[in-house]
Design a protein around this ligand. Sequence first.
Ligand SMILES: C[S@@+](CC[C@H](N)C(=O)[O-])C[C@H]1O[C@@H](n2cnc3c(N)ncnc32)[C@H](O)[C@@H]1O
Length: 262
Amino acid sequence: MAAPFTSQQTYIDEFDPRDYFQTYYAAKGGVLVGEWTEFVIRNLYETFTKGGVRGDTLLDIGTGPTIYHLLSACEVFDKIIVSDFLEQNRAEIQKWLKKDPDALDWTHIIKFVCELEGNGEDYNKKAEKLRSKVKEVLKCDALKRKPFDPVVVPPVDCLISCLCLEAPCKDIKSYCEALKNLKDLVKPGGRLLILSVLNATFYNVGKKYFASMTTKKEELEAAFKEAGYEIEKSVYAPRIDKSKMDVADYGDYYFILARKPK
Ligand SMILES: C[S@@+](CC[C@H](N)C(=O)[O-])C[C@H]1O[C@@H](n2cnc3c(N)ncnc32)[C@H](O)[C@@H]1O
């Protein structure tokens, strides 16, 4: 059921952020709620606490309409910049930031993060804290040499991206080029955090199919090295629940923490 490569125009015309949320992050039946969200949230919690990754600014590439991966980060960064290629995704994020009554409801995920962090009662405060830290919602294109051109984004302490690069990149060569494009956005000595899935060929949003670049652990890690990063930590975990393979056929989850050399 592999889809052909998805063009940028198809993303513009057909990616519906509300269908995306409903399919993947809805409290009831969201395909990524559970295994994926817990993998991300636990690895990031550890990275930002014991792992000591922190700083002034965190930049998120390909945020989509989502916030789940920023909930622990807002405790250790003064400023968060989110970004996506699509206007409709940026509009959903703005709705959440402005507490629009029509905004996507992330309460179930926010509660999970608060429980992990040991303050289960304070989920409204957590949402407010994240809102107060998100200072910009920008357009980006990870395939461009300068992803934010013409906007200038000063190099950041930490760049994060979840489930994004496999969307616009055709193959591992183009993924490696995208990693190189992102490198200028990170300060020397700063961190890159990429979390995504291996062995996927497609994911479904509503009734639409979107292609995913298929990759394996060895070629993935080689791409980080070739792009000039030092891998500090990598974690892989198998997909256990395979009941929704017809919705998205990803295999293992991956987390890579890399450093841009000084
Ligand atoms: C599978 S979604 C992931 C969204 C979110 N980060 C998450 O974890 O659920 C892929 C995202 O990549 C974005 N995207 C597609 N092409 C892009 C590009 N060239 N540059 C940056 N983001 C892009 C899409 O708009 C979409 O938000």
